[in-house]
Design a protein around this ligand. Structure first.
Ligand SMILES: *Cc1c(COP(=O)(O)O)cnc(C)c1O
Ligand SMILES: [Zn+2]
Length: 424
């Protein structure tokens, strides 16, 4: 293992983080703006010398992701006075849905409660904190929609400029919901993988810009650990036995698993293995395909699915998703668009939770895994609702009927009511 650390020990600017370590060859580098290994070009991850942390200290922290600041690559004391921060989203016990599915105990981690209504606010908050420490003055990203919303909002709040690049074919709601924050919005003729390639080229040109998921990616990805920490805290400092997570780049799934293992290593939860299951849409299932083939190589695909937030054909963390699900005894499964749309409706109609297409993928995969006997209906299970259905309304246009208007009279109402409720 090569070490190119100039001075050992933590830099307080990045809390208890000590290095950026290559996920392929293990070479270690100074914390800073680097994101790829100079030895083998592998991706880098933040590594720590985690301090002793108590449940009480965490519980006494701010009501947002910064209660876990000592486990993140951010300066100590961050965020304790701010109020519009992500995190502490509800873990909703879904008894109606569990009954329908024949399960004993099911929870939905509901990420709609974040400032821009998806879990992307978590990753952006950590990326922004690191970017500010590194002196960046512009926040940028390629995005499948939710990330652009989160970057534009966080930059506005921090008083810095943002530049977001998205495929022109995204849901109009997601494009508008970025523009409203006053970002520089660039819509690109091409799919996400084209947008991402352009952003990687741009990041080489403009080293002073922080592309949250490109040159600041090691920090960005750490933000998803907070989903895992919160699930454990909300279960009374223990882990579920099974979790289903949507997979686009795969970073969220990999970091939730990392969070569970960190908590166990710190002695904050019993160290039971959580079986981790990845969920993809059949129209963009490169990781599910590799899993089924027993391969560790993820072959890129061209996405075509209603679940646009998951439409990454060449996922950066794909191989690491395969590592996690194979190590924990989970899997990666894909589902067609009809099942995705049906699952969005099932969640809304059983729990009053209107999630975006990504949760349709996640819940539809849970149903498949139950039907195949792969998930134990008697074990405690969590699924992630990573975003808000109001941003992907069009996906439901064909699935629910909006009736013609009626005259404002009792008779017209009675007639419409009889037509609408055949059982009555
Ligand atoms: C980005 C996104 C995901 C996937 O996250 P990755 O970390 O890229 O796998 C899942 N759901 C929603 C709603 C997203 O916006
Ligand atoms: Zn390397």
């Amino acid at each position: 293992m090569t070490s190119v650390i100039s001075k050992p020990g933590a830099s307080p600017r990045f809390g208890s983080a000590t290095a950026l370590t290559c996920r392929e060859c293990g070479a270690a580098f100074d914390l800073g703006g680097r994101h790829a290994c100079s030895e083998c070009f592998g991706p880098l991850a933040v590594t720590y010398d985690l301090p002793p942390v108590t449940r009480e200290a965490i519980e006494a922290g701010p009501p947002n992701i910064w209660r876990y600041a000592s486990l993140l690559p951010v300066p100590p004391g961050i965020g304790s006075t701010r109020t519009t921060e992500p995190g502490r989203t509800p873990l909703i016990r879904a008894d109606n849905l569990a009954r329908t599915l024949g399960m004993r105990a099911l929870w939905v981690k509901d990420e709609r409660a974040n400032p821009t209504h998806s879990f992307k606010d978590r990753v952006v908050a950590v990326a922004l904190a690191a970017a500010i420490e590194m002196g960046h003055r512009v926040l940028a990203c390629p995005s499948t929609g939710n990330l652009a919303n989160a970057v534009a909002a966080a930059a506005a709040r921090a008083g810095i400029r943002s530049v977001v690049l998205v495929p022109a074919s995204l849901e109009p709601q997601k494009i508008l919901a970025s523009a409203v924050y006053g970002c520089l919005l660039v819509t690109v003729d091409g799919d996400y993988d084209d947008v991402n390639r352009l952003a990687c080229e741009l990041a080489e040109e403009r080293e002073d810009w922080a592309f949250v998921n490109v040159n600041v990616r090691p920090y960005y990805a750490e933000g998803s650990k907070t989903i895992g920490y919160e699930i454990a805290e909300d279960l009374g400092w223990r882990l579920p036995r099974q979790i289903v997570v949507p997979v686009a780049s795969g970073a969220q799934l990999v970091k939730i698993d990392k969070a569970f293992r960190e908590l166990a290593a710190l002695g904050l939860v019993p160290g039971d293995t959580v079986r981790v299951y990845g969920a993809q849409a059949s129209g963009c299932a490169p990781v599910a395909r590799a899993f089924r083939a027993g391969s560790s190589v993820v072959e890129p695909v061209r996405p075509d699915t209603v679940a646009k937030s998951l439409a990454i054909g060449n996922p950066a963390d794909g191989p690491y998703v395969l590592d996690v699900v194979r190590r924990t005894g989970g899997s990666v499964t894909d589902v067609p668009d009809e099942e995705i749309v049906a699952a969005i409706g099932l969640l809304a109609q059983s729990e009053g939770i209107f999630g975006e297409t990504a949760v349709g993928v996640t819940l539809a995969v849970l149903r498949r895994l139950l039907a195949a006997g792969e998930i134990d209906p008697g074990e405690e299970t969590v699924i992630i609702n990573s975003g808000d259905g109001l941003k992907t309304l069009d996906a439901m246009a064909g699935a629910v009927r909006v009736p013609e208007p009626v005259r404002p009279s009792l008779a017209a109402f009675e007639q419409a009511y009889r037509q609408a409720s055949p059982a009555a």
